[in-house]
Write a protein that binds this ligand. Structure first.
Ligand SMILES: [Zn+2]
Length: 509
């Protein structure tokens, strides 16, 4: 690393210790070598005032800077460069522009009022300059675009770039491939994946010598250049961080159209857009109608989502809802976090849930039970278990009560004993009654916030004449009332045709 050391001493300075030629020289050298300089070029203005910028050594330094000869410039403080701030800023700017690092030796400089002013002025000026440059380039680009010239000489498949006129010229070999891609899309109605596959199979050269990929096909089919127009000033990029930018699309009124040579005609281009849109709709429809519960199914064992996974070949394909831990690539290396829940054939679960919902639609009592079960299956089950035990006890005690009364009527026991026992029994019954009440309260608390009546109304509304529903209508109905299905396969059979059994919990909105 080459360091330029600049030293200036005026006749007046000589008296001051810190500014002597030797001190400056040795301190500059030390600072430079600390920072990794391996060779030094010294520029010494001995006996020059800092008032004028025209000094022999300084001029040599500035010439060297222009030739980008140095990696760093070391100066005792900016005062050595010049007496006034404007001159200091000019020279430090030149240093920066040459790509050299600017270093001051004086540690007190930064803290001094002059130092603070120097740095804040530098900051302000560089911010101002950046704005200026940005404005100038945007304006320059706009002006160029208005003259019908291309602004970015970015390469575009199908064209060569004519630097002199800032314009594309058709590259016939590549243009033929572009036309072929449009043909494959429109005439053969191939999707982007199949087009890229075919081009790779036929060894058709792709842009920049790569393989054809779906996104490059899509880019070609949607690029307006091929129908003869490029829109300039379409995007705006804003710096959002140190190395990040945000790309925004400007309003269409700001776009500047630039005419370029067309490779396909307007009708071909627009037909391709239509075809792309219809491919997209078709793909969506497939995704939508295939699986009634896609996105709603959760693994009851681990709580993670279950996603669709296919098995078998395309003609004999079975789809399963499979726990995410067994499918997602993020679990590949987390063997012990993989859930052991079995996959669920989607057709069977879809039908099961659909039937259940249709059943519920006309039965508020069933809905009540389901809303409670689904809100917190374990707690609800525990409470119900306790409740049913309490009811049994209550029954037994009541039988006991009957027996005592019968014994009393048959005079097997006397009035005093009977009263004592009946008293004991009624105390127990009251106790049971209180416990029952509080448990029933808890059950309603566990139920979802939406009232059962509201849920019933909602289900009824979406589940009318369900036998006539198409798949897409079924999907809409299900999503209107259900936000979660928790499922786990409970049978332990593995025979191919055994009927799977599940526990299914529906969670309503
Ligand atoms: Zn799981």
């Amino acid at each position: 690393m080459i360091a330029a050391l600049y030293i200036r001493v005026s006749t007046a300075d000589q008296a001051e210790k810190g500014y002597s030629l030797e001190t400056q020289l040795s301190e500059n050298r030390q600072k430079a070598s600390e920072l990794g300089a391996t060779s030094f070029v010294e520029f010494i203005d001995d006996g020059y005032s800092g008032e004028y910028i025209d000094r022999p050594a300084l001029s040599q330094l500035r010439d060297g800077l222009e030739r980008k000869e140095f990696d760093m410039v070391v100066i005792y403080d900016p005062d050595r460069l010049a007496r006034n701030l404007a001159h200091q800023l000019i020279i430090t700017d030149e240093i920066e522009k040459s790509g050299a690092k600017l270093l001051f030796v004086s540690v007190t400089f930064e803290e001094s009022p002059e130092g603070k002013l120097f740095y804040s002025m530098r900051g302000a000026i560089s911010a101002y300059e950046k704005e200026k440059i940005k404005e100038r380039t945007t304006r320059g680009k706009k002006g160029k675009a208005r003259q019908g010239k291309l602004v970015n000489n970015g390469r575009c498949f199908g064209y060569d770039y004519d630097k002199v006129n800032s314009m594309y010229i058709i590259n016939e070999a590549q243009a033929a491939i572009v036309r072929q891609i449009f043909d494959l899309c429109i005439k053969d109605k191939l999707g982007t994946a199949l087009i890229s596959k075919k081009l790779n199979n036929d060894c058709i050269p792709a842009p920049r010598g790569n393989q054809w990929i779906v996104s490059s096909i899509h880019r070609i089919l949607t690029n307006t250049a091929y129908r003869g127009v490029i829109y300039s000033m379409r995007q705006k990029s804003t710096k959002t961080g140190f190395s990040t930018r945000r790309i925004e699309i400007r309003p269409e009124s700001d776009w500047i159209p630039i005419k370029v040579p067309a490779i396909v005609d307007e009708i071909t281009w627009h037909t391709a857009q239509k075809q792309l849109q219809s491919n997209k709709n078709f793909a969506k429809r497939n995704l939508k109608y295939d699986h009634l519960l896609a996105g709603l199914v959760y693994c009851a064992r681990c709580g993670k989502k279950m996603s669709i996974k296919h098995s078998g070949n395309s003609s004999d394909r079975i789809s399963y809802y499979t726990c995410l831990t067994q499918v997602s690539t993020s679990y590949i290396y987390l063997e012990n976090e993989k859930c052991t829940a079995r996959r669920i054939p989607s057709l069977i679960l879809d039908e099961l849930v659909w039937t259940k919902l249709c059943e519920l639609a006309g039965n508020t009592k069933l809905i009540t039970q389901y809303t409670q079960d689904a809100s917190n299956p374990i707690a609800t089950a525990n409470i119900k278990n306790t409740l049913s035990k309490l009811k049994e006890t209550e029954k037994k005690i009541n039988t006991q009560k009957e027996t005592i009364l019968r014994w009393f009527r048959q005079q097997i026991i006397n009035g005093g004993d009977a009263e004592k026992q009946l008293d004991e029994i009624s105390k127990q019954l009251i106790e049971i009654e209180i416990t029952k009440k509080s448990l029933e309260n808890e059950l309603t608390f566990l139920a979802p916030q939406t009232s059962v009546a509201d849920i019933a109304i909602n289900i009824k509304k979406h589940f009318k004449d369900t036998q006539y529903y198409r798949d897409d209508e079924r999907r809409v109905a299900i999503r209107a009332v259900l936000d979660k299905v928790a499922v786990e396969r409970i049978d332990t059979t593995f025979a191919r045709n055994s009927k799977p059994e599940f526990t299914v919990n529906l969670k309503f909105l």
